[in-house]
Design a protein around this ligand. Sequence first.
Ligand SMILES: [Zn+2]
Length: 98
Amino acid sequence: MMQKRNDKQIMRDFWLRQGRQFIAIAVTLFLVLLLAVIYKRPDLFGEYSKNTLFATQLVVISAFIGFTAFNWRCPSCKKYLGKDINKRVCRHCRTRLR
Ligand SMILES: [Zn+2]
């Protein structure tokens, strides 16, 4: 059985996960946009082949998905929280998150 934690710890854990998730989204968007700009402006950043940039995009997106699968989980039941980043209640265990 999982150790039962109090509401305050769960809310704090969720708050940290949410913060990490926002950072991950920001970093991912930044890198995806940066790669698009590098592709569009070879005069500024040098020539990279389309395949190299495409592969890099895939790595960035895979890393984001991997991070989300690890981070974006309910602090109480550890199940995936779904698309809504401003969740109030876990839909699996009904724990209040914030
Ligand atoms: Zn839960």
